[in-house]
Write a protein that binds this ligand. Sequence first.
Ligand code: TYD
Length: 211
Amino acid sequence: MEARSNGLFITFEGLDGSGKSTQMKLAEDYLKSKGLAVVSTLEPGGTPIGEKIRDLLLDRDNFEMCPKAEVFLFLASRAQIVYQVIRPALNQNKIVLCDRFFDSSIAYQGIARGLGPEKILELSLWATEGLVPHLTFLLSVGTPQSEARKKARGEGQDRLEAQEDDFKQQVYKGYLQLARQFKDRFVVIDGEKSVSQVFQLVKEKIDELVG
Ligand code: TYD
């Protein structure tokens, strides 16, 4: 199932407001301070085509979007970013950090939307030509904490964030299920700890991999 390249591919997952983007930025700075070549990117988006797809996905006017159309848009964005950014960087032995990857589709569309985690994993592997992260950090915060952080940042809600709490609860459970299923690549960190406490754990794991 896994077709790995030479570089290192690390993904950050969690609910909106889990702190994953902050941790990814800290990880990027840390790796660069060690003189390593790092490419940071995000999903959906990360390429000019992906950015257009992202707009379609997040636009609240697109309330009629059916679940399968949603899946294929995420997969299209992912196929493009793997082809255009991630694979070439890995082939050059770089470290690639990605804010969300296919575990998001499995948790949000496969589990919370009920399309089936196995189906979404299968389609994702097809879209990515079998690319699987070497390491996935799951920043685990429950829905109340995630909502509170987003409110504190004064963020508006896009189409996906406007889902009801039950949906987000399903996503949260879905992530924990994935972490159990793929324990050799998942590292679950309690995202309710402080930014520096969380980063300490992220750093320890990264050090194990890059020395
Ligand atoms: P974004 O603004 O990038 O949120 P965040 O900063 O939390 O990553 O919006 C992406 C939204 O899309 C987010 O609510 C999660 C959702 N999503 C899926 O439902 N499936 C996916 O495969 C991906 C990558 C994201």
